[in-house]
Design a binder for this molecule. Structure first.
Ligand SMILES: [Cu+2]
Length: 240
């Protein structure tokens, strides 16, 4: 192979392998478990590929709690704790308020703000647009189930805020106040403790999931390996 041919081959190879081609997409899986004794369970996946995030959510009720109110707006997010610019591990809050812990007020629910020390702030809005004000495209849980799938192009800041995803938490919200229970609009730490009874509590967390890196299925691992070997063979040929 003469130099011209080598250069042409290298250029062709470079065209086939855009920048970042070796950063394969990584998929994370989270097992959805109940909060506030909702009886909600399911699975969520999040696949990150550069700045592209694809999220799926399958959630339903096991019948032991109030479940997912059908036909209501269920806001859902990827949450995460960030402290001093560092992404910290985010975990589910307890299922029910722990009255010995001062971060909980004296009502019957773990509210949005009470859960925040555990799962952190909102990092990605899981509706059609990742726009906090776009309430119309959050799941409405037809039939009391959520079957959600959406792809997002994230800003660099958003990518940083959810990386790595195994430090992040999925949170599903929205339930009717249950008979005999009281709900405070704000956490008592915030200095507000106005209790309400009845009605739909849009922000109430009803389920969470902790993302964990999904095991790479064997066929995919094989393809990756073959691809890497093929790439090596190609390089070796170029060096001749
Ligand atoms: Cu949330």
């Amino acid at each position: 192979m003469n130099n011209f041919c080598k250069r042409a081959a290298a250029t062709a190879l470079a065209a086939l392998l855009p920048v970042g081609a070796f950063a394969a997409p990584v998929t994370y899986i989270g097992k959805i478990t109940e909060l506030n004794e909702s009886g909600v369970f399911g699975t969520t996946t999040a696949t990150i590929d550069g700045n592209m995030l694809t999220v799926t959510v399958d959630a339903k009720s096991d019948g032991t709690g109030f479940g997912i109110a059908p036909g209501q707006v269920h806001i859902q997010h990827i949450h995460g704790v960030i402290e001093n610019g560092q992404n910290l591990d985010s975990v589910p809050p307890p299922n029910l308020p722990d009255r010995d812990n001062p971060i909980f007020d004296d009502d019957d629910y773990v509210e949005l703000a009470e859960g925040a020390p555990f799962y952190g702030g909102i990092r990605v809005f899981l509706n059609a647009t990742n726009d906090p004000n776009d309430f119309a495209t959050f799941p409405d849980a037809t039939g009391g189930m959520i079957n959600f799938s959406q792809r997002y192009i994230l800003t660099p800041d958003q990518v940083a805020s959810i990386s790595p995803l195994n430090l992040r938490e999925y949170v599903l919200h929205g339930a009717f106040d249950q008979p005999g229970k009281t709900f405070s609009i704000e956490n008592s730490l915030a200095g507000v403790d106005s209790e309400v009874e009845g009605g739909y509590l849009t922000s109430l967390p009803i389920a969470t999931a902790t993302y964990e890196m999904a095991p790479i299925p064997l066929p995919a691992a094989g393809v990756l390996l073959l691809g890497a070997l093929g790439g090596l063979a190609g390089l070796r040929r170029l060096r001749k």
